[in-house]
Design a protein around this ligand. Structure first.
Ligand code: ADP
Length: 396
């Protein structure tokens, strides 16, 4: 069985074709700059990359190019599109409707559209990807996996905001969280690594990428997570500010004469590492600049580290303890020093790193010191595999 996993963004389509027998990636690629100048596709098969530059006016053309490339006699990996048994779509916001992956039908599409008010940048292009694939691959089942689904187990007192209750009743204003697929994957993996049932563990998973969130996983379920109604809440991220005094919002809007859209843009795209450092949203750039003595880059780094630490502390308190902490995603898997800084001075919680074991990038490794009461792990995330597995389960 072969499953195509799609992550359709506003101007890009990321994809992986996975052979479910061996769970191996047959091809992975990216179509980018859809609808803008310089559009292109790149695809990797067995470490070999190809690039195609051509005009890609919309997602339909982009997806056709993906299928052509996958089935190309020379560079392709399948002989016909009929070999694709199912398509698994990443959907960011499933709101209150979805606590697991589902086979897509008209009703599911309508609900994804309804949830677009909560994720206006993500759900509409996700839906566009679904509709394009339905048209181009009518023989294949379409499956949706939601970033918010894993967090549907959060208790009411955690997912509610202390706003007038009517806002929840009228507009579903509450915390939903994101990155659920990744948090679930690494939490399950760490339980396996520790040879313990996940139901017996208290785990804190730190998904630190461009977007970043921390989740408290108690007895195998998401108990709390740092992202909220939207992915803006919580950690300091590449371009997002994370937690903020809500009163700062109208204050800044008034002082800077900004409308709601402009304020939203400021908090989502001009803040975080980029806003503080004034240099870049990319952690590698920040690390280099800080090492060269750039004070604002150092400040951005310290703020990032401090916020993660704060969440680890509060989730440890919320769960009355922690058995394992997991680092994943671009920063979590690769930034050795940063992991060391996050875990420093946490020995009162029983958390101690082994700096030799911590000298690792992108490989599943236990990095805690032997005397540490809490196990600390690096675990590479694999959201595509979760989506493909869910799709397989549903069509089986
Ligand atoms: P997303 O999927 O959210 O776009 P990723 O999970 O790919 O993001 O993470 C991107 C982040 O990971 C960037 O900030 C990048 O600088 C950081 N990163 C990647 N490799 C390293 C490294 N070796 N050291 C520090 N940060 C790294």
């Amino acid at each position: 069985m072969k499953i195509l996993v799609i992550n359709s963004g506003s101007s890009s389509i990321k994809y992986q074709l996975i052979n479910m027998k061996s769970e191996s990636v047959l091809a992975k690629g990216l179509v980018e700059r859809i609808g803008i100048e310089g559009s292109r596709l790149e695809q990797e098969v067995n470490g070999e990359e190809i690039e195609i530059e051509q005009e890609i006016a919309d997602h339909g053309v982009g997806m056709e190019l993906v299928i052509d490339t996958l089935t190309n006699k020379e560079t392709g990996v399948i002989s016909s599109v009929d070999e694709i048994n199912a398509v698994g779509h990443r959907v960011v916001q499933g709101g209150k409707y979805f606590d697991k992956s589902v086979i897509i039908d008209q009703d599911v599409k309508e609900k994804i559209e309804e949830c677009a008010t909560l994720a206006p940048l993500h759900n509409p292009p996700n839906l566009m990807g679904i509709e394009v694939c339905e048209e181009l691959m009518p023989h294949a089942k379409q499956i949706a996996t939601f970033d918010s689904a894993f967090h549907q187990t959060m208790p009411e007192e955690i997912y509610m905001y202390a706003l007038p209750y009517e806002l929840y009743e009228k507009h579903d204003i509450r915390r939903y969280g994101a990155h659920g697929t990744s948090h679930k994957f690494v939490a399950k993996k760490v339980a396996k690594e520790m040879s313990q049932p996940i139901e017996d563990l208290k785990i804190i998973t730190c998904h630190l990428g461009n977007g970043a969130s921390v989740t408290a996983v108690k007895n195998g379920k998401s108990y709390d997570t740092s992202m909220g109604l939207t992915p803006l809440e919580g950690l300091v991220m590449g371009t997002r500010c994370g937690d903020l005094d809500p009163a700062a919002v109208p204050f800044i809007m008034e002082k800077e004469d900004l409308n709601p859209q402009e304020m939203d843009d400021l908090m989502n795209n001009e803040s975080g590492l980029k806003g503080i450092s004034g240099i870049s949203s990319d952690m590698r750039d920040i690390g280099e600049a800080a090492a060269e003595g750039n004070e604002r880059a150092q400040l951005a780094l310290d703020m990032f580290v401090g916020r993660v630490k704060k969440y680890i502390g509060s989730y440890t308190a919320e769960m009355n303890g922690v058995d394992a902490i997991v680092f994943t995603a671009g920063i979590g898997e690769n930034a050795i020093e940063l992991r060391e800084q996050i875990c420093s001075n946490l020995d009162y919680l029983g958390i101690e790193l082994d700096s030799v074991k911590n000298d690792v990038r992108g490989a599943t490794t236990e990095i805690s010191a032997d005397e540490s009461n809490v196990k600390v792990y690096v675990i590479p995330t694999n959201e595509e595999l979760v989506i493909a597995r869910d799709a397989k389960k549903l069509i089986d």
